[in-house]
Design a protein around this ligand. Structure first.
Ligand SMILES: [Ca+2]
Ligand SMILES: [Ca+2]
Ligand SMILES: [Ca+2]
Ligand SMILES: [Zn+2]
Ligand SMILES: [Zn+2]
Length: 273
C-alpha cells in the first residue's frame, strides 16, 4: 500500500508542475490541447488560419476563455491605417443611450517595452487617454458606458511569456487596484501571435502596441470583456481581425457564428462592470 501511495503522490506532483511562461496548456472547443498557441505561420495561408482559428474559443488551464486576435497582413494593415482617421471621426453609430452613464474606472499596468516607445510618461499618459476615448466612444453613445482611466503602474513583463500568461502576469502583479477593469498595455517582443487578448466576461484585457491601432483593439477586447464572441460580419468590430472600417460598429442581428446579436448583448451587459 505504501508503494502505491508514493506513486500516486508522484503522479499528483507531476500534474501540478506547469510552465510559468504560459497559461496553457490550452484546450479548444473540440478538446484539442495546445501547449503553444497557434499562429498564422503554422498554416499555409492566412485564410487557412482564419478558417481554423478565427472563431475558435480557447480555454486556459485555469478555465478562462478567450479567442485569438491575430495580427494583420501588410495589405490589411495598410487598409486599416488608411481608413483609421476617417473612421475615428465617424464613430459612433447613433444609439439608444438613455442618458444614464455607467462609469467604468480603469487601471493600466504598462510594461517596460510599451513605456520605452514614448519619450516620457506625460506623453504616454496623453496617448493612452486618447486611445481609451476612441475605444469607448461608441460604447458611451449606444449604452452609456464611460471608460475613465484612473491609475497606471510600471509593469515589468516576462519577456518569454505567451499572451495568456502576460495577461495573467499583469493581473497578478497589478490587477484592478480598486478600479472596475484592467486594461494592460504591452509591447513585449516575444509574445507574438496576437495583437490583444481579453478573457470572455472578465474585466481584464491586454492590448499590444500595434502601430496606432490601440483604440480599435481596446474596443474589440472590451467586446470580449462584455461577453461578445467573434462573428462573421466583416463590418463589425468583433470580426476576428480588424479591417479598419469597423470601429464603433457592433452588428445588430443574430449571427450564428457568434451565437449572438452583438448590439443587444452589449445592451444587456452594459452594467456588467
Ligand atoms: Ca471615457
Ligand atoms: Ca513581472
Ligand atoms: Ca517584457
Ligand atoms: Zn477577439
Ligand atoms: Zn459582430
Amino acid at each position: 500500500m505504501k508503494k502505491i501511495a508514493t506513486i500516486l503522490a508522484v503522479a499528483a506532483l507531476a500534474a501540478v508542475v506547469v510552465n510559468p511562461d504560459t497559461s496553457g496548456p490550452y484546450t479548444d472547443s473540440h478538446g484539442n490541447i495546445y501547449h503553444i498557441l497557434p499562429q498564422i505561420s503554422d498554416f499555409p495561408t492566412v485564410a487557412d488560419f482564419d478558417a481554423a482559428i478565427g472563431h475558435e474559443i480557447f480555454t486556459t488551464r485555469d478555465g478562462r476563455k478567450f479567442q485569438i486576435d491575430r495580427p494583420l497582413t501588410p495589405s490589411e494593415l495598410a487598409t486599416a491605417l488608411a481608413n483609421q482617421v476617417v473612421n475615428r471621426a465617424l464613430q459612433p453609430n447613433p444609439g439608444s443611450f438613455n442618458g444614464i452613464a455607467a462609469v467604468v474606472t480603469i487601471n493600466h499596468p504598462v510594461d517596460e517595452e510599451y513605456r520605452g516607445s514614448f519619450v516620457n510618461i506625460p506623453s504616454l499618459k496623453t496617448y493612452v487617454i486618447n486611445e481609451m476615448s476612441v475605444a469607448d466612444q461608441a460604447l458611451y453613445a449606444n449604452w452609456g458606458i464611460n471608460f475613465v482611466s484612473q491609475s497606471g503602474q510600471k509593469w515589468d513583463s516576462n519577456d518569454n511569456a505567451d499572451m495568456g500568461s502576460l495577461l495573467d502576469e499583469a493581473y497578478r502583479e497589478h490587477g484592478l487596484r480598486g478600479k472596475d477593469m484592467m486594461v494592460a498595455l504591452t509591447a513585449d517582443p516575444t509574445s507574438g501571435g496576437a495583437i490583444g487578448i481579453a478573457y470572455i466576461g472578465l474585466p481584464r484585457q491586454l492590448t499590444y502596441k500595434y502601430y496606432s491601432l490601440e483604440g480599435e483593439i481596446i474596443q474589440h477586447e472590451a467586446g470580449h470583456n462584455y461577453t461578445l464572441y467573434h462573428c462573421s460580419d466583416s463590418t463589425c468590430i468583433m470580426y476576428p481581425y480588424l479591417n479598419g472600417n469597423n470601429l464603433g460598429r457592433f452588428h445588430d442581428y443574430y449571427d450564428s457564428t457568434a451565437g449572438q446579436n452583438h448590439y443587444s448583448v452589449f445592451g444587456n451587459q452594459k452594467n456588467r462592470y
